[in-house]
Design a binder for this molecule. Structure first.
Ligand code: T6T
Length: 325
């Protein structure tokens, strides 16, 4: 009799495991952010909420104190060594330097979704040495950069010198924004790009670079602050130069600091990405795939879109959800 019960239970377990979506062990997810900043803190909230809802175990890697593969890769590899992960969500800080470390993790059986940034050219649909991630989930940075240029053109009467304060040339998001903004400026024959500076995601450096640019080009009419730290540094430089409100500021990333400057009139436009949604979608698609690999097709690109804050809508109730808290 006892043997019959054991045989029956064993049969039942084998049958259950064959059911798509049924798995006994908790899925283990690793989240590897790009740098310690409000954008990724907000993304982590989305990751955690989705992981909790899915009943998955989430490990959040230590936040790199500074941007760059030299900071991110050692943390990634040390955290990954702490046990088997089914899914890695990562914002690769370099389109090239993260290819090999991520391929090594993939070859160990961990599925990968890149969030916010991508490796290679971000097209994981074609055969290449970087087509192994399941998906890229992040903003359309080229479109956003172009729209920032077009909005800035409207503010300055489609004429004059503008400037980009950027961060790291090997980050896919930065490449896209510079490309898009530059293309946008060329649409206006009476506008010109006075220059691009690269602060390596160090706010103080952005502040110094913009101050220098303003001293060299007294006729700069507008500045694109390309991300959290470059935008905040650029705005502080303009304020310190006594040009707050005079030089038009288009800032990327809806941090409390950038929003406060918009409210004070030191900035004119703030682009809000949707980092929380990027994180949630990354977990949802990863879990969906892991639970039914045979039937689930993960889209190779998922673009959550972005919102624009202006002086007119910055206090609207429906806009508050887009501020990075
Ligand atoms: O702008 C975001 C992110 O989208 C970009 O990839 C890197 O910079 C930020 O994290 C802000 O610091």
């Amino acid at each position: 009799m006892k043997k019959m019960v054991v045989a029956l239970l064993a049969t039942l377990m084998i049958a259950l495991v064959a059911v798509p979506g049924f798995s006994q062990a908790k899925l283990r997810i690793l989240f590897m952010p790009g740098v310690a900043d409000p954008f990724y803190f907000t993304m982590e909230k989305g990751v955690k909420a989705a992981a909790d809802k899915a009943g998955a175990e989430l490990v959040v890697a230590e936040y790199p104190k500074a941007w760059g593969p030299e900071n991110q890769i050692p943390i990634l590899q040390a955290t990954y060594a702490r046990g088997k992960f089914d899914l890695l969500l990562i914002a690769p800080t370099s389109t090239d330097a993260l290819k090999a470390p991520l391929k090594a993790i993939y070859d160990k059986g961990t599925e990968i979704i890149t969030v916010d940034t991508f490796i290679g050219d971000g097209d994981y649909s074609k055969a290449s040495d970087y087509s192994f991630p399941l998906s890229y989930i992040g903003s359309d940075n080229v479109l956003g950069g172009k729209q920032m240029a077009e909005q800035l053109a409207k503010m300055v009467g489609e004429k004059g010198k503008v400037f980009i304060e950027a961060t790291n040339p090997d980050a896919s998001s930065v490449q896209g924004r510079v490309k898009g903004f530059t293309a946008g400026v060329t649409e206006f024959p009476n506008m010109m790009l006075a220059g691009v500076e690269w602060c390596q995601d160090i706010q103080q450096k952005a502040q110094e670079q913009v101050l220098t640019a303003l001293q060299i080009n007294k006729d700069i009419v507008g500045i694109f602050g390309l991300n959290v730290f470059s935008a905040q540094g650029a705005t502080q430089a303009v304020i310190n130069a006594g040009l707050g409100g005079a030089v038009k500021m288009c800032l990327w990333d809806a941090t409390l600091d950038n929003i406060a400057n918009l409210k004070k009139g030191n900035a004119d436009l703030v682009l809000a990405q949707k980092p929380g949604e990027m994180g949630t979608l990354g977990v949802e698609w990863g879990v969906k795939f892991l639970k039914d690999k045979k039937n689930v097709k993960v889209p190779k690109k998922v673009i959550p879109g972005f919102m624009f804050f202006t002086a007119q809508n910055v206090n609207d109730a429906n806009m508050q959800q887009y501020i990075y808290q």
